[in-house]
Structures are given as C-alpha cells and as structure tokens.
Design a protein around this ligand. Structure first.
Ligand code: ADP
Length: 254
C-alpha cells in the first residue's frame, strides 16, 4: 500500500477560500499548501471552520470564492461550479468522517469495494483482493462479512480508513477521526493514521488530539473565526506560539 504517485510536488494549493452560511462568514480567505507525502493538521476551537474547509477540499461544500488545486484539478469558485467539477475534485481525495459514515446494511467488504467498483468502475475481483489486503493491514480481515453494527467504534473507523484508501486518493482527509470514540479505542485508530503518515501518504487531519498533531504533523494550522491565525511546525506552534489566541487555545486543551 503506497500513495499512487510518489513524485514530489504540491498536492494541495488553496487560495482565498471563502464561504458563508446564511450571511455568516465561516471561512474568510483561507490559504493552504501541502506537498506530496506531508501531513497538515488543522486545529482550532469549535465553529472555527475546520470541517467546512476540509469538506471544501473534497467537493462536499462549494466555497463562494477562492481557488483550489487538488491533485492537479484546479477549480476557481468565482465561476459556476458544476457537479462534474465537484466529482472530479472528490476523485482526488478521500474523506474519513467523524461518525464513520459506513453503509449500515452492507458488509465491511461491500463498504470498502462500493466506491472503487461503482464510482471508479474498477474490476470487482481486483478491488476485492486489494480491499482484503487493506483490511488485513488494519487487523480486520476476519470481519469482512460482518456488518458495521457488529463492530466496535474503533473497528468501524478502521474500516472507514480502509474505505478511503481503497479509492487510491492523492490526498487523505480526516475529520476529527477519533472524537466519536470511547477513550480506550482512540489509540488503535491514531496508530493506523500514524502508520499511514510514516508511509508517505499526503493528508489533512482535523483533530483535537494535540499530542497526536505534534507527533504526526509536518505543519499545524490554527484557525479561529474562519481565518488562519497562525501556522508552523508543531514544535514551534505548540512550543512557542506567536499569537496570543493560539497560546490560549493550546493552554485550554493541554
Ligand atoms: P469546526 O469544524 O471548526 O467546528 P465548522 O466548519 O463545522 O467548524 O462550522 C463553522 C461554522 O459554520 C459554525 O458556526 C457552523 O454552525 C456553521 N455551519 C457549518 N455547516 C453549516 C451548514 N451546512 N449550514 C449552516 N451553517 C453551517
């Protein structure tokens, strides 16, 4: 299992991403850059726009303004954005959701193979072999025929991660992947994400787990009020934050 294209270069370039809901500005000109094989974590208080930003990268939200380049697909939100453009954007990245979002009436294996077979039109036999290998990697091969309700939260989230990997995305997006888990199950999911980071997957992780962010991130971006307040390497941002707001946020969570 490895990223589909090992060549170096920018996987993500976001400029001036702006989004309002009901007249309320939620993202106010966000710039992000991410090189292949690197990990960016987005942190910030509840309501600061982290999830909306992440969903914008994946075509699940359409910003009002700004430009986005993900895996070579460029979208300018100043113009009309078609469903086709959103689909293309979505094809470049894969999202791991806070609440797993598995299909409840499909088995583990069906959850993993559905996207590659039905959306990406890859041969089922080939996808199943790959899916089983991925499930094996996260210790869930024997659960292939189980249904989500038969699994623990940690196991469901590991299936969620495998489902994302099976899409062979250029960019992995994690939306607070452990915040719905019981504390004793958090470690097993973070361990899988850390392994993927060590393997060179390119990822954006929204998280409240600051010690995890410190361990895996190449860059940490602190959002507040829909703006980037500060960004930097974890040692700098956590160890010597430049902005008072960053400092207060870190102190509250640690
Ligand atoms: P975070 O992930 O940092 O908690 P979010 O991106 O979820 O922040 O939310 C930022 C703000 O946008 C919040 O005030 C939230 O209520 C609002 N918001 C998010 N999604 C929607 C939506 N679909 N409709 C209306 N308001 C929304």
């Amino acid at each position: 299992m490895s990223p589909t294209d090992p060549a170096a270069g920018a996987v993500l370039t976001a400029r001036g991403i702006t989004k309002s809901f009901d007249g309320q500005r939620v993202l106010d000109g966000i710039d992000l850059d991410l090189e292949r094989g690197r990990v960016l974590t987005l942190i910030g208080p509840s309501g600061s726009g982290k999830t909306t930003m992440l969903r914008s990268l994946n075509g699940l939200e359409v910003p009002d303004a700004g430009t986005l380049e993900v895996g070579g697909v460029r979208v300018d939100f100043a113009g009309p954005v078609t469903q086709r453009t959103r689909d293309t954007l979505r094809d470049r990245s894969a999202m791991v959701f806070q609440h797993y979002n598995l299909f409840p009436h499909r088995t583990v294996l069906q959850n993993v193979t559905e996207g590659p077979v039905l959306v990406q039109r890859r041969p089922r036999a080939e996808v199943e072999v790959e899916a089983e290998a991925l499930l094996d990697r996260v210790g869930l091969r024997e659960k292939r025929d189980s249904y989500p309700f038969e699994l623990s939260g940690g196991q469901q989230q590991r299936v969620g991660i495998v489902r994302a990997l099976a899409l062979r995305p250029q960019l992995l997006l994690f939306d607070e992947p452990t915040s719905a888990l019981d504390p004793e199950l958090v470690g097993e999911v973070l361990a899988v994400i850390k392994e993927l980071a060590d393997e060179g997957w390119t990822m954006v992780v929204v998280t409240h787990e600051l010690s995890f962010a410190r361990q895996v991130a190449d860059e940490v971006v602190f959002l507040d009020g829909g703006r980037v307040i500060e960004r930097g390497a974890p040692a700098q941002l956590f160890g010597a934050p430049r902005q008072e707001r960053t400092k207060r946020f870190i102190e509250r969570l640690t």
